[in-house]
Design a protein around this ligand. Structure first.
Ligand code: ATP
Ligand code: MG
Length: 389
């Protein structure tokens, strides 16, 4: 008996001509996620199957697939020939694994993609239910709310038998909706923002600004680790590491102190936009949410937006910190995010930041300095690291 993973995807996005495109993308994302397992992937009538996985690889393969966007759920199935005895044995095996000895309830479900199979779905359910009750006398039938939903799918080449499913991420396969540049700090919010946009099928690049020696090597390592966790969902990420010290010191020296944070944010956005264009990203992503800090009032966000032409996605805009933390825990970034670190935003915080900056005034303050050479120098010294899945 072989083990296979049966993948179900949300069909809501699959109208008409988009469907083959979506499916091909999903297969390609599954293929990358399972690279270490050299799995054989087949696509058949609204399902994707990962075939012939060695038993000791199943758990890791399943946990990788649970991070692939576009997968609604997956089932660990026993795969056999379309032969009644083999199907029965597979069903007994699956029931035993599901803990049938404890007197659990079950119900048989059947789906026939191959209508030539010698039994109808109804016959199959009845016969298999009957055999299971004979074999396991402690088992009980519950047609409304069974603890073990024993399912048989008769496909073109094989039969698949499984009980229950593992939930996936949902969303759409990464790459089917363009590319965006995530501004990633070492905090809680930005990795969550990146995960949310990638979930909609957008592939990611990321940019991090560091202010060595005011921020440490460790802070940079931490950002790389966060990017790696995001990449475990979103696929490979090009992470741009931008030295920001000269720009920050210049702002600090030459511009009004209450405006330093907002000016810094404008310069970050400008550099992020240029790097985005270089790597063909079409939008920027930040982890901002209204009112969280002085630089996230509506006025501050307006001034930040004004620095760039690209759309800026802020998926957390209406979230409370609690809600963001809950998501960070769910996707596995929280523990890393709360490690102590210094961010360049927190190192240079003015004592009295403006909370309602005026756009004209900010543009004037920015014009006090010719930032262009500094921007170019920062981009020239930017290092790009490939963060793999
Ligand atoms: P986070 O938890 O993401 O750090 P935050 O609440 O600390 O968010 P800010 O420090 O004001 O908020 O930053 C707002 C957003 O600006 C971040 O979510 C991130 O997208 C971006 N950002 C902040 N610092 C950096 C940085 N050093 N490099 C890249 N992007 C940054
Ligand atoms: Mg931050």
């Amino acid at each position: 008996m072989k083990t296979a993973l049966l993948i179900k995807y949300a069909e809501i996005h699959l109208k008409g001509l988009n469907r083959p495109y979506f499916e091909r993308m999903l297969v390609s994302r599954i293929d990358s996620a399972l690279a270490p397992h050299r799995a054989r992937i087949i696509r058949e009538q609204g399902r994707i199957f990962v075939m012939d996985i060695p038993p000791d690889h199943v758990e890791d393969a399943a946990s990788r697939l649970r991070r692939v966007f576009g997968i609604h759920s997956l089932c660990i199935a026993s795969c056999v020939d379309k032969d009644w005895e083999q199907i029965k044995d597979a069903a007994f095996f699956v029931l035993e694994k599901a803990g049938v000895q404890d007197g659990k309830t079950f119900k048989v479900f059947a789906r026939r993609a191959d209508k030539r199979f010698f039994m109808t779905s109804e016959q199959l359910c009845r016969e298999l239910g009957h055999e299971a009750l004979e074999r396991f006398p402690k088992l009980k039938v519950d047609v409304h709310n069974p603890q073990i939903p024993l399912t048989v799918e008769i496909r073109q080449d094989s039969a698949f038998v499984y009980a229950g499913e593992l939930s996936g991420q949902g969303g759409m396969p990464v790459g089917c909706n363009g590319k965006a540049m995530l501004l990633i700090s070492g905090g809680i919010d930005s990795p969550v923002a990146g995960h949310m946009i990638a979930k909609r099928g957008v592939s990611l690049a990321a940019v991090h600004f560091f202010s060595y020696p005011y921020t440490s090597e460790r802070a940079r390592d931490k950002v790389e680790e966060l990017a790696r966790i995001v990449a475990s969902y979103a696929g490979e990420i090009d992470l741009y590491l931008v030295p920001f010290t000269d720009i920050q010191l210049t702002i600090y020296d030459r511009c009004p102190s209450s405006e330093t944070t907002v000016l810094m944010r404008r310069l970050m956005m400008k550099i992020a936009e240029r790097l985005a264009k270089e790597c063909k990203a079409q939008a920027l992503i930040t982890g901002e949410s209204i009112g969280q800090v002085a630089s996230q009032t509506i006025e501050s966000l307006t001034v930040t937006n004004d620095a760039v032409d690209m759309p800026v996605f802020r998926p957390l805009i209406g979230f409370d910190k609690e809600e963001i933390i809950e998501r960070a825990k769910r996707i596995g970034t929280f523990e890393t995010s709360i490690l102590p670190y210094e961010d360049c935003c927190t190192v240079f915080v003015p004592q009295h930041p403006v909370t309602k900056p005026k756009l004209e005034k900010l543009r004037e303050s920015e014009a006090l300095v010719d930032f262009e050479p500094l921007i170019q120098a920062a981009i020239e010294k930017t290092e790009c690291k490939k963060i793999s899945q």
